[in-house]
Design a protein. Sequence first.
Length: 168
Amino acid sequence: MGFVLLAIIATVSMLGLSLKFGASREPFGRVEGDGLQMLNTAIVDDTPGQASCEALQVNPVDLKHLRRYTMGDIHLEKEVLGLFFDQLPLTIHSLAEARTDRDWRMAAHTLKGSGRAIGAWRVARLAELAERQFNVHNRPLCAQTVARIQDAADEARRFIQATYAADA
């Protein structure tokens, strides 16, 4: 089962990379028709007071995207989400505690890939912006970036908890 999860996550991560450089050349623009919708959060997330997914009227986790890769298996879906949410605080902590640009980029890259893998587009986009931030010694900017990612992660967690509370 673990191998299947890794294969799914690797496939989704590769898909996330290919979508970024798709025909439109617009990172994370809306893609219609295949059931996949990605959110361009660059406008709202590059300024203070960015809008939440709720304000933008999109889900914090794109369940359609996730379900394509879990083949509709609800148990696998929950397991993948569980792995994501178990690792998320550790990775955000690694980002917050990064003391070198390399450590910062590694933690941000991990967040970007895992966010894309499950369809947490806002988490992924903020992590992508963090990955491009190269001055780990600007602690106020790093703290602000981590706080924005944490807000997006909390929003995704609340959405997933509310979504699966109905299944309980």
